[in-house]
Design a protein around this ligand. Structure first.
Ligand code: FAD
Ligand code: SF4
Length: 477
């Protein structure tokens, strides 16, 4: 069947069509359309089935990409789905929001000379089709085990762990301080990258599989961590990182300067039809405003594009490095540019202007210097290069650090790394507290959904081993 493959020599790369800019600027629906069957087959057939699949090696989940591309090219889609789902808990989500240019697709060998196989779009197509065709079955526990596991955090790390534990027969309860499941998938990442129904569909699927959810459960607040430990045989902390990095400087405390996640959560809640007073009052609504977003990561990209959709008068992204040195996905930068966002590279804020409310940002031009110890180029201000941007809304999107989990959980013995993330044994994912494990951003620092899924799956395997060993030890007593 290899004759069906290797079509890259004459078949050009095609990504799924994007919705027209004029249309997509006005709503929060996903911008990429789904491949149709003919396109998915044809694009899959471009794979060269190379001996060493660098795409799989650079996929954090080691997805068996060449195999599911071949099966898709052959029209054996249900088998492609089985193989894809064997290594990835949420393939349709990763297919949509992984930065493929840095992971699988960026390492596709036909990329050299020809453009890569559109792996993410095919991955999404396979599982979207599997849902439509009813191939996605509820999780089935082979046996019911007596162990109970409590998971704090319903983001991708917690959910991937919940699925893997339930699939082995454990009794799993997931706790989250939010009212909806998904973590940043639901309240961080906007609908134009990942429609909410995709996440809600997975919530229903996890519940049908027997996983229990306790929402509005603030662990360390109304629900003490000690009580959670007493309830369960093992606990997984998958709480993500939520402490926003701040900006100093004159005027930094002026009203109208807001935190990125407050802004994005508000917008996502409005998308669900929730009442959000800070949106209705205009505080967290960009409509009619001149918006300046500070930062160059995925969060900043999501803020600028949300502001466009809310009807901002103008949207400028201020970032101290240049396009090549920004942490956000280049695909999203070009989508943002198409949607009318202006990027002011190599510029950083010096001061915020205004008396009772922000009216502008005074910024200075920067230049890139020599790489520092971490390998990133230093950034230095250029003397006398100040300029002013008028603004009615300034959004700070400078990244996130971990919250004080030991303090919040009343568990001062919970060891931390130098970055304030939870310290775990890298093989077992166990913290220094017996039976308490951790995974996802709270261990890794702000990272990617695909890594959270990987960590959640690995932590689940380790929790399963730990509980099995406990049983053996008890039997031997
Ligand atoms: C705006 C934005 C855009 C992003 N875009 C992308 C992207 O396009 N692609 C990509 O791969 N990654 C992206 N990321 C990163 C990605 O979302 C994270 O790496 C990933 O969600 C981490 O998963 P997690 O499960 O560790 O944590 P989270 O998704 O943060 O989930 C943690 C959960 O724990 C809950 N929680 C926290 N504390 C408590 C407590 N005390 N009690 C109860 N519950 C608690 C939270 O409510 C949350 O639901 C983005 C991040 C942001 C902020
Ligand atoms: S999970 Fe992400 S990195 Fe892996 S194949 Fe899918 S899109 Fe690529």
């Amino acid at each position: 069947m290899t004759e069906r493959m290797l079509q890259f020599t004459h078949l050009p790369q095609e990504t799924p069509k994007k919705r027209d800019v004029g249309e997509r600027r006005t709503d929060f629906a996903e911008i990429y359309k789904k491949f149709d069957t003919t396109k998915a087959k044809a694009q899959s057939s471009r794979c060269s089935q190379c001996g060493i699949p660098f795409c799989s090696i650079h996929c954090p989940l080691s997805n068996d990409i060449p195999d599911w591309l071949k099966l898709t090219a052959e029209g054996r889609l249900e088998e492609a789905y089985e193989i894809s789902a064997a290594t990835n808990t949420f393939p349709e989500i990763c297919g949509r929001i992984c930065p493929q240019d840095r992971l699988c697709e960026g390492n596709c060998v036909i990329e050299k000379g020809f453009e890569s196989v559109t792996i993410g779009a095919v991955e999404r197509y396979i599982t979207d089709t599997a849902f439509e065709q009813g191939w996605v079955k509820p999780i089935r526990a082979p046996v019911e085990l007596p162990f109970s596991v409590g998971i704090v955090g319903a983001g991708p790390a917690g959910l991937a762990a919940a699925e893997a534990l339930r699939g082995r027969g454990h009794q799993v309860t997931v706790y989250d301080r939010h009212d909806r499941v998904g973590g940043l998938l639901v309240y961080g990442i906007p609908g134009f990258k990942l429609e909410k129904e995709i996440v809600m569909r997975r919530w229903r699927w996890l519940e049908e599989g027997g996983i229990k959810f306790q929402m509005n459960a603030d662990v360390g607040g109304a629900l003490p961590f000690a009580e959670l430990r007493a309830r369960h045989d093992a606990v997984l902390i998958a709480t993500g990182v939520y402490k926003p990095r701040e900006i100093a400087g004159p005027g930094a405390g002026l009203p109208g300067i807001v935190k990125a996640l407050d802004y994005l959560i508000t917008s996502n809640r409005k998308g669900f039809g929730d009442a959000v007073p800070d949106f209705d009052s205009g505080l967290l609504n960009a409509a009619g405003k001149r918006v300046v977003v500070i930062g160059g990561g995925d969060t900043a990209m999501d803020c600028v594009r949300t502001a466009v959709r809310q009807g901002a008068k103008s949207v400028t992204c201020l970032y101290r490095r240049d396009r090549q040195n920004m942490p956000g996905s280049l695909r999203e930068v070009s989508n943002a540019e198409d949607e009318g966002v202006v990027f002011t590279w190599l510029a950083a804020p010096e001061a915020f202007l205004g008396d009772n409310f922000v009216t502008g940002v005074r910024a200075t031009r920067m230049h890139l210097g020599l790489p520092d110890a971490s390998g990133r180029m230093s950034v230095d201000p250029i003397a006398g290069s100040s300029f002013t941007l008028e603004a009615d809304l300034v959004i700070k999107a400078l990244g996130f650090d971990p919250e004080d989990i030991p303090g919040a959980f009343g568990a001062p013995d919970l060891a931390l790394t130098g970055w304030g993330t939870l310290k775990v044994n890298p093989r077992s994912f166990m913290t220094c507290l017996p039976g308490v494990f951790a995974a996802g951003d709270i261990v890794r620092g702000a990272s990617l959904v695909v890594w959270a899924i990987r960590d959640g799956r690995d932590a689940a395997a380790s929790i399963h081993n730990y509980l099995s060993e406990q049983t053996l030890a008890q039997a031997a007593d």
